[in-house]
Design a protein around this ligand. Structure first.
Ligand SMILES: *Cc1c(COP(=O)(O)O)cnc(C)c1O
Ligand SMILES: [Zn+2]
Length: 408
């Protein structure tokens, strides 16, 4: 195993707790893949979960695990017909222990913290990272410190962080401000930083790619998807999933790497902007806004990895409006029975937009990743749906309300 800077190539000592190189470049873990051998046949016999792939994970001891991963991959025939694409699957990451994909990264990140003998783990979070860190810190007996952007975190996520015992502080600023603060606190106080700048977290998240391949192998007609569409905030997840596909490709398990396609919310879209303009680096958005609070991020720390993933895989990047996001959320819920929080619905909203533009071919097999569960953000639901109608507790009142509804 190696820990290497993606910018200057410098190899770092595996015992380091630093997440970036002296040149400021992001670090990445790599393996000697000639040492790894498992066959597709062996893998499909075992049900999917994160630690099934431990030969390609950077932890050698007993992990801090709560049975994360193993999320369903749904074939979505009704949406497929509606969008006009050949095959559409949804990998529903809302079905993880805390209801988001963050659990995949956090089981590895907290296992790493345990190896290092860490007492306190910390993160800045738009919500889901904090919920996830809190459960693994609880399981490992560590303290958890969380900085949230005040007023912009969905209720379900704050509730989770609080109940699982994290110290939760609401910073009067946005996520980008909170991340700068927590990075300094971690380096000065010796707390272990568990944002997605931490390369161990991304190792866990790459198992989304592994599971997708193994699960598609059990669906008829499907093997490697042409395209994988991912909601993008701090840009760790799309980078991680790309890394997973690349490793399976290098191991000759798959014959191509899917086109990685990142979707951001239109007023929080620095990566889409850099992709369109062919820039080497993003220009941060100072005041990011969107109903999809999980991806309300103006200065994504993993942008260099994400741009590389999108460009090297011949993928795409697109932004979608809040209105398009909320429509996609409702359609996933009502056409397929898949309940997701707003940020997660950007993958479907992006699919629609890219089909309309002709960027996505109607002949493609597409996997949309839905990142978080519907119940994370009950306030968004109550704004999007008509509330229940009150009726008196008798048949006359009930029937008269029902016939009123039929007429309307
Ligand atoms: C964290 C998160 C994202 C964004 O993932 P990044 O790795 O930060 O790009 C998207 N959707 C949900 C629900 C999330 O919790
Ligand atoms: Zn470097």
């Amino acid at each position: 195993m190696n820990l290497e800077c993606i910018e200057c190539g410098k190899k770092h000592d595996l015992s380091t707790v630093a997440n970036t190189c002296s040149c400021d470049g992001l670090l990445e873990i790599s393996y000697d893949l000639s040492e790894v051998n498992f066959s597709l046949k062996d893998r499909t016999a075992i049900p999917p979960h994160v630690w099934k792939y431990r030969e390609l994970l950077p932890i050698s001891g007993v992990p801090v695990s709560l049975m994360e991963g193993g999320t369903p991959l749904y074939r979505c025939k009704r949406l497929e017909a509606e969008c006009g694409v050949k095959e559409l699957y949804v990998k529903h990451e809302g079905m993880n222990p805390t209801g988001s994909f963050k659990d995949r990264g956090m089981t590895v990140g907290v296992s790493r913290a345990a190896e290092l003998g860490i007492k306190t783990v910390a993160c800045a979070s738009t919500g889901n990272t904090s919920a996830s860190m809190a459960i693994y810190a609880a399981k490992a007996g560590m303290k958890a410190l969380v900085l949230l952007p005040s007023g912009y975190v969905a209720l379900g996520k704050v509730a989770q962080a609080l109940m699982h015992g994290a110290t939760v502080l609401a910073v009067k600023g946005n996520f980008d401000d909170a991340l700068l603060l927590i990075q300094r606190v971690c380096s000065e106080k010796g707390f272990y930083l568990l944002n997605s700048v931490n390369p161990y977290r991304l190792e866990g998240q790459k198992t989304i790619a592994f599971e997708t391949i193994d699960q598609l192998a059990t669906h008829k007609n499907a093997n490697v998807p042409d395209r994988v569409i991912v909601p993008v905030g701090n840009a760790g997840n799309i980078s991680a999933i790309y890394k997973g596909f690349k490793e399976f490709h290098e191991l000759d398990i798959i014959n191509k790497v899917p086109m990685m396609t990142g979707i951001q919310a239109s007023r929080s879209a620095p990566i889409v902007d850099a992709f369109r303009r062919g820039l080497a680096q993003i220009e941060p958005v100072a005041e990011p806004q969107t109903v999809a609070t999980a991806i309300r991020i103006g200065n994504p720390i993993n942008a260099p990895k994400a741009l590389r993933a999108i460009r090297q895989s011949n993928g795409a990047a697109e932004s979608v409006t809040d209105q398009e996001i909320l429509k996609a959320q409702k359609d996933l819920a009502r056409l397929e029975g898949i309940g997701v929080e707003p940020a997660s619905a950007t993958s479907l909203a992006g699919l629609r937009k890219l089909i309309a533009q002709g960027t996505i071919d109607r002949d493609e097999t597409v996997v949309c990743v839905t990142t978080g569960h519907l119940l994370k953000d009950p306030e968004a639901i109550m704004k999007a749906c008509r509330p229940p109608i009150e009726v008196d507790a008798n048949f006359d009142a009930l029937y008269s309300t029902l016939s009123e509804l039929e007429r309307s």
